[in-house]
Design a protein around this ligand. Structure first.
Ligand SMILES: NC(=O)c1ccc[n+]([C@@H]2O[C@H](COP(=O)([O-])OP(=O)(O)OC[C@H]3O[C@@H](n4cnc5c(N)ncnc54)[C@H](OP(=O)(O)O)[C@@H]3O)[C@@H](O)[C@H]2O)c1
Length: 227
């Protein structure tokens, strides 16, 4: 990935990636299921920590599923130990309840402490494009502040927690997510949302996150991704 350069991606790196031991969090969600599906398809080994293991029934024999509390650092640490990296599609279920107003921040606090204790440094996190203050088309930050102020505040707090950690994090910030199929064709821009970045499929976000996990040039970078 090159700094501040908008790039098109088309299946780049699909076959070249080394096999990794990955923990997927939020594995039962829209992006999470795609992370699991694509990671095993590419030969990675996957462990998922979830609150509802039944939702991963389709992958039963192909991944390791642990049931537990994703906000509990000790449980996260046990699961993460011995892995190469963590991929997170974790986030509040929509519509966001009052109880989940600070969920992303709580998750970030638990995960950063668990990873430090487990000695695992690499993490790729799905955040939100609403945090791009300089995006004009679409006016992501303005829209976010107007329509989803709680999400903007919580996602900002989450990113701050990772930024203040010593971990090797990458923030993937997509605009509106869709359930359209994987295309492998999407735009990526470091530090900015690509222009006219209105939507992206969860499958393509997952593709980006899996590709970038083994890419050291993306460490401590925020990346806009869109179709
Ligand atoms: N919706 C959008 O258009 C949009 C746009 C940009 C970015 N994002 C962000 O992208 C991320 C992924 O979105 P998505 O729509 O693919 O995800 P999603 O389908 O809403 O799935 C969320 C995942 O987080 C898990 N989760 C939520 N609360 C939990 C809790 N208290 N304890 C344990 N697990 C919990 C869910 O587990 P269960 O299956 O057990 O509920 C699920 O696995 C989110 O952070 C979201 O904010 C969304």
């Amino acid at each position: 990935m090159q700094g501040h350069v908008e790039t098109e991606s088309e299946n780049a790196g699909r076959s070249a990636a080394r096999s990794m031991k990955l923990v997927v969090l939020g594995a039962t969600g829209g992006t999470g299921l795609e992370l699991v599906r694509q990671a095993i398809e590419r030969g990675h080994s996957v462990t998922a920590l979830v609150r509802s293991p039944d939702r991963l029934g389709a992958f039963r024999d192909r991944i390791t599923v642990k049931q537990g509390d994703l906000l509990n650092p000790a449980e996260l640490e046990q699961v993460i130990k011995g892995h190469d990296a963590v991929l997170s599609g974790f986030g509040p279920r929509v519509p966001v309840s009052k109880a989940d107003a600070h969920l992303l921040e709580q998750f970030a606090v638990a995960l950063t402490s668990a990873m430090a204790r487990a000695g695992v440094r690499r993490v790729v996190v799905e955040s939100v494009a609403f945090l791009f203050r300089d995006s004009i088309v679409p006016p992501a930050y303005l829209l976010g502040r107007l329509l989803f102020p709680l999400t903007v505040a919580d996602a900002s707090a989450m990113e701050r927690v990772f930024a203040e950690s010593d971990l090797d994090w990458t923030m993937a910030r997509p605009p509106e997510l869709t359930d359209k199929p994987y295309t492998g064709k999407y735009r990526v821009r470091e530090g900015h949302l690509p222009r006219f970045g209105f939507k992206i499929s969860r499958a393509d976000v997952a593709d980006f996150m899996i590709q970038v996990v083994d890419n050291r040039s993306s460490i401590r970078k925020v990346v806009g991704v869109c179709n």
